[in-house]
Design a protein around this ligand. Structure first.
Ligand code: HEM
Length: 241
């Protein structure tokens, strides 16, 4: 691999690392549920209603890993990005819908309260909203808007990864979080991710905007400036996201 190619893998590699803790947790919980476990206070809600959690586990692992690869500029210039996107989008929808489903139907564990449930309703519906707008934008061949909404959706999903850090930081600095701190640490992770995503969106968009390459009608300009095959789209008033 040449040195100029190396940085291409920094973002996808970093995102996969960030998702490692929840992805491992997903495998552990999935394996436990597949082995018909004894019902305990910790797993009762998952064992008695396994459909949403299994949907969540499969969707989140696919979305976290394949979604990270969508950030690789080299893959974006190939058909991979398009084909993988057909799996990434439904996986993301599965994460958001199952997250909302569990929020609305599962009994709350002692460390969670209804304030966290309200936050989760906003996060899951917000993620769904971002995915739908990202899909609508790519159908219009408005790649800059597509990029922005998909990055926001991915940022919300990967709150699960950043939460490992906010919790680790709090536990080392303060100790075990209480109910309020638990909800605020989850919220902080989602806000951190959204802030970083907005920074990337603006940073990536500016040069192309100045160069007149953003928006529909410039089908060749994707997130990285990589070539996206296809004819220019008709004129549209789409926002940049
Ligand atoms: C790719 C990102 C995500 C991954 C890898 C992930 C992973 C997981 C895992 C492994 C569990 C089971 C936890 C356990 O065993 O105790 C879980 C539960 C859950 N997740 Fe996610 N998740 C992700 C994104 C989201 C999002 C965006 C939401 C939306 C709010 C969400 C909402 C939930 C809810 C409500 C539960 C059930 C919590 C409980 O009852 O303890 N997740 N997630």
């Amino acid at each position: 691999m040449t040195s100029s190619r190396k940085p291409q893998w920094i973002v996808p590699g970093g995102l996969i690392l960030l998702s490692l803790v929840p992805v491992i947790a997903a495998f552990v919980r999935g394996a436990e549920l597949a082995s018909r476990p004894e019902v305990t206070p910790d797993n009762a809600r998952f064992v008695t209603a396994p459909v949403p959690i299994m949907l969540h586990i499969v969707g989140s692992v696919l979305f976290a890993v394949l979604g990270a690869l969508q950030f690789a500029p080299g893959l974006r210039r190939r058909r991979w990005h398009r084909y993988a996107g057909r799996l990434v989008l439904p996986s993301g929808i599965a994460v958001a819908v199952s997250g909302l489903w569990m929020t609305l139907t599962y009994a709350l564990p002692p460390i969670e309260d209804s304030g966290l449930s309200v936050i989760r309703v906003f996060v899951s519906t917000g993620m769904l909203f971002c995915l739908v707008l990202g899909f609508v934008a790519v159908r219009r061949r408005d790649f800059m808007t597509h990029r922005a909404w998909m990055m926001r959706a991915y940022a919300l999903a990967l709150g699960a990864g950043t939460q490992a850090f906010t919790f680790a930081f709090w536990t080392v600095a303060v100790g075990e979080p209480g109910v309020l701190a638990y909800a605020l640490l989850m919220l902080a992770a989602w806000l951190i991710n959204l802030t970083v995503a907005e920074w990337f969106i603006r940073r990536g968009g500016e040069p192309r905007r100045r160069a007149g390459l953003s928006g529909p009608g410039r089908a060749g300009a994707d997130v990285s400036g990589g070539a996206v095959p296809g004819p220019p789209a008709p004129r549209s008033t789409a926002s940049r996201g």
